[in-house]
Design a protein around this ligand. Structure first.
Ligand code: 5GP
Ligand code: ZN
Length: 109
């Protein structure tokens, strides 16, 4: 089982920000900005390349609900997903990063 599937099953603890039956948003263990949240589907997909478009649509609504809840939609934020080796993906379970709470800057490096 992958590390994020273990978070979903409760085997690894997390600081949950928002959850429904299909998606989970939780704090990144190593925050790169004041706000650094990871959003994952509860169903395992290796990356953005694998997620069906209809589930991605539901995930979009979930992310928008999250950004409204945290008032991030007013000042803005960065939403990214890393894909594969060249994208710098370390955990092979699709996840989006939300970075915000301050000016994120032009590049993440
Ligand atoms: P990636 O480089 O794959 O896009 O990002 C993986 C992210 O997962 C990293 O930002 C890393 O800090 C985070 N991460 C890895 N393991 C854990 C964990 O066990 N718990 C939490 N909350 N975040 C994790
Ligand atoms: Zn997984």
């Amino acid at each position: 089982m992958c590390i994020f599937c273990k978070i979903i099953s409760g085997d690894i603890l997390n600081k949950t920000i928002l959850e429904n039956d299909k998606f989970l948003a939780f704090e990144d263990i190593n925050p790169l900005r004041k706000i650094h949240i990871l959003i994952i589907p509860k169903e395992h997909f290796n990356s953005f390349e694998q997620i069906p478009a209809n589930i991605m649509g539901q995930m979009t609504s979930f992310i928008q609900e999250l950004t409204k809840k945290l008032n991030l939609n007013k000042d803005g934020y960065r939403l990214i997903t890393n894909i594969g080796e060249h994208g710098g993906q370390e955990v092979e379970h699709l996840h989006f990063h939300i970075l915000g709470g301050e000016k994120v800057g032009k590049l993440l490096g």
